[in-house]
Design a protein. Structure first.
Length: 143
């Protein structure tokens, strides 16, 4: 009977560990959810309540003939919708994936004329991706 309990306990620990492993993996966020990257995007509050971590990625889906994605280097360029500001990255394929490589603020805009000024912009705060792993269970040496 004791052997059965040990096996059941071991099985429960393994099952729990397997189920918790996906929680530590990176998340791919589809910007704007089903509606995608679009005009007046900033008015939706899409990023509110979301936690972005290093290792996650943003997928920008949009009509490539109508929009772009540019990552800006500064809050000031973002606030002013400075299309000639310092860009860290630029994408225009319509299906762009941006990996979040370091903690801190990230600013994105559409560079088409008037799109940023009309709300097609996104700022996120990326947290350190290091998750504290759960401690390993102590070995069981019972009878």
């Amino acid at each position: 009977m004791a052997a059965y309990r040990r096996q059941a306990l071991l099985l429960a620990v393994v099952a729990t560990a397997c189920c918790l492993t996906p929680l530590a993996s990176a998340t791919q966020w589809m910007v704007g959810d089903y509606a995608g990257w679009r005009a007046k995007f900033n008015m939706t509050g899409w990023a509110d309540g979301k936690t972005f971590r290093v290792g996650d990625s943003l997928m920008f889906m949009y009509d490539k003939d109508a929009h772009t994605v540019a990552q800006l280097a500064s809050k000031e360029d973002f606030a002013a919708c400075n299309l000639q500001g310092s860009q860290i990255g630029f994408w225009d394929s319509g299906t762009d994936v941006v990996t979040l490589g370091s903690p801190g603020k990230m600013w994105f805009i559409c560079t088409k004329p008037n799109h940023c000024a009309n709300g097609m912009k996104l700022v996120i705060d990326v947290e350190d991706g290091a998750l504290t792993p759960a401690p390993a269970p102590a070995p069981y040496f019972g009878a």
